[in-house]
Design a protein around this ligand. Structure first.
Ligand code: PRX
Length: 654
């Protein structure tokens, strides 16, 4: 349990402040009372079929009705069986058809300050042309399209364009390496690659196409590559017969190319995320259930009103970007802000400038960003008028109370509720969160489960634990947004999530429920670490290190980091070469090349050997303590070689 991101477990355990929602907020909220929440919660728990039937009929467009709400053959769920719908239609066409075509769907600003607004009608035309373009190069229903693009409107158009024709998108965050793209392309058997000729990051151009070319040399299933010209006048290598400019692809395509009616369970996307093993897994989400879950959780948690300007700062390379920049808010007909670049370019006040300029009303960001803002200083915030804000959200890791208070006071002017949202790539959408008009918040707690989420905390034997006892967090009933599988590996789906306790989804998180029924997430039970709100498997980083010729063995653990929540500490034993600073740097760059910058170790210690149990398992708890600089507590009696510890402590690079 010492894994709690942010390293503020003590504060969280002693946290007792309570912040009721401001009454002005409650009076206008979508859900206004505890009784209303409880009625929804009980209805969804006791009669899920009736509850979700009503929700699906009201909140999704159906080309053809479904015959059954849920077919639950544990652990395989089919929601809205036999119905025909389309996620893109629900996010775009539905609003245009209802006469809301002139409402802004996306308000976008690039890092250099270029800006565009797309109304729902304009978005519809762009998406239709792009979907037709995809079809013209041979993309068919069920084909996988790999997306490696900057945060431009075209990234959203690309995702929706796939959904429009039933192609399955796999977005790879544009900070990942060529190796990581190729791994994902091969695992997914992707047919088409979408990219751009660059993106702006802190004033520089990152040449994405070069990275993609390197990846495509190792991605034999990719037949075509569509390239967005994000950067003008940039020399861009194009491979004849394979590469096509985005503007050429869409040039003669029809703006009225229709959305294809698709079976409810048609795969909508795959998103790769780290698990406890070395190989990232492709989490598979499907059309109807996911879209409904994203929409309803968005409306409940963000108290969406027609006049809102909503900004989710996540990149579309992560699940938060999928569910709360694209599918949830667009299905709800919201106006979404989207920003391409870094929060500190050209200066540390960029976010606050954007909020003032576009009169953003709802901000959804991550604790790691908040901690960076705190470090950069209040003066950047104080320069701007943030009075348009009415609601703040947090996601990705637990928000430590200090960051919560700063967010509340400096950004929210003490008037905005904060929704600390707990969920995962696998859950498709938010599972636990305050309802901003109802729930009195406690800094550091994601409070209570949303309607449809039957959460339990259990012990090793699967027995439900009493309040205040920490244990494994599980979900005991299927919900519409749940993952439907791991791409190409159904066995792993069952094993990973459903085998420890039959009929219960294992989240992989530890949690505790307090006497008020509030949940406190206490960190992972497995070897997953949370770096700046992003999941990484320690084994994945170890594999990358071991693939370097000088490395014999590596052990990687998380260690507390003031900004990132967790940093990466690596213990490395060498096959050859000297333990020098140059080699340290080389190993860092090697991991960067194998996975991407976010996996680069913050600290590398060289050791003669890595401490293991007699059965050969790396003693991670011990290494975590060493990396955190705390005295080793607990039982080390199974340790193979005590001398190893002393060596590791000595070899502290700092
Ligand atoms: O450990 C939990 C942590 O992030 C994990 C999910 O990571 P990922 O699939 O990348 O999705 C991140 C965005 C939803 C969880 O298992 N986590 C996420 N949000 C919170 C959190 N831990 C505590 N509080 C949160 N609000």
């Amino acid at each position: 349990m010492s894994e709690s991101a942010g390293g503020n477990l003590d504060h969280v355990l002693s946290e007792s402040r309570l912040f009721p929602p401001p009454s002005e907020f409650t009076q206008q909220a979508v859900i206004q009372s505890q009784a209303q929440y409880e009625a929804l919660y009980e209805a969804a728990k006791n009669d899920p079929d009736a509850f979700w039937d009503a929700e699906a009929k009201e909140h999704l467009h159906w080309f053809e009705p479904y015959s059954q709400v849920l077919d639950w053959n544990s652990p395989n769920a089919k929601w809205f069986v036999g119905g025909k719908t389309n996620a893109c239609y629900n996010c775009v066409d539905r609003h245009v058809a209802a006469g809301r075509g002139d409402k802004a769907a996306l308000i976008w600003e690039g890092e250099p300050g270029d800006a565009r607004t797309l109304t729902y009608a304009q978005l519809q035309a762009e998406v239709a042309k792009f979907a037709a373009g995809l079809q013209s190069i041979g993309v068919q229903q069920g084909d996988v399209v790999s997306i490696y693009m900057p945060m431009t409107p075209e990234l959203v158009i690309a995702m929706l364009g796939c959904a429009r024709i039933g192609a399955v998108h796999s977005v790879v965050f544009a900070g990942f390496s060529a190796e990581a793209i190729a791994d994902r392309n091969n695992d997914a058997q992707a047919k088409v690659q979408l990219t751009a000729n660059g993106l702006y990051r802190r004033g520089k151009v990152l040449p994405l196409k070069e990275t993609v070319d390197e990846a495509l040399a190792k991605s034999p299933t990719i037949e075509k590559c569509v390239v967005l010209q994000r950067i003008e006048d940039q020399a861009t290598p194009m491979t004849e017969g394979r590469d096509i400019w985005w503007h050429d692809l869409v040039a003669d395509q029809p703006e009225d190319f229709p959305a294809v009616p698709l079976d409810s369970e048609t795969s909508l996307f795959i998103l790769y995320t780290s698990g406890s093993t070395g190989k990232p897994k492709g989490i598979r989400h499907t059309t109807a259930g996911y879209t409904l879950w994203a929409k309803r959780t968005f409306e409940w948690v963000f108290d969406h009103r027609d006049s809102d300007v909503y900004w989710c700062t996540a990149d579309c390379g992560w699940i938060t970007g999928h569910s709360y920049l694209v599918y949830g808010p667009l299905a709800a007909g919201a106006t979404c802000m989207m920003y391409e670049g870094a929060p500190n370019h050209p200066a540390e006040d960029r976010f606050w400038e954007l909020i003032e300029k576009y009169k953003v009303t709802i901000l959804y960001t991550a604790p790691t960003a908040i901690r960076a803002f705190i470090k950069w200083g209040d003066e950047h915030v104080e320069k701007h008028d943030l009075s348009s804000l009415r609601l703040l959200g947090s996601v990705g890791e637990g928000i430590n109370p200090e960051a919560w208070m700063w967010y509340h006071e400096k950004i929210g002017g003490k008037r905005c509720p904060i929704v600390d949202t707990w969920w995962q790539t696998e859950t498709g959408g938010i599972m636990m969160s305050p309802l901003p008009g109802v729930t009195a918040t406690k800094p550091g707690s994601c409070t209570r489960p949303l309607p449809g989420v039957v959460s339990v905390v259990v012990d090793e034997a699967g027995e439900e634990l009493d309040v205040d006892q920490g244990g494994m967090l599980c979900i005991a009933q299927p919900w519409p947004g749940m993952l439907r599988g791991i791409w190409g590996d159904e066995e792993r789906y069952v094993e990973q999530y459903w085998s420890k306790f039959p009929n219960k989804y294992l989240t992989g998180d530890n949690a505790r429920r307090d006497p008020d029924g509030y949940y406190w997430i206490m960190g992972r039970i497995d070897d997953v670490i949370n770096v700046s709100g992003h999941r990484l498997s320690t084994i994945e980083v170890e594999s990358a290190l071991v693939s370097h010729p000088a490395v014999a063995e590596a052990a990687v653990v998380g260690r507390p980091d003031e900004i990132k929540g967790q940093g990466i500490a690596a213990f490395v034993t060498l096959k050859s070469g000297e333990p020098t600073d140059e080699l340290r740097q080389e190993l860092r760059m090697h991991v960067r090349k194998e996975i991407g910058a976010l996996a680069q170790p913050d600290e590398i210690r060289f050791a003669a050997s890595v401490p293991k149990t007699r059965s050969g398992k790396i003693m991670r708890r011990l290494l975590r303590d060493i990396a955190a600089g705390i005295e080793t507590a607990g039982d080390t009696s199974t340790l193979e070689d005590y001398a190893v510890i002393a060596k590791l402590r000595e070899n502290d690079e700092s």
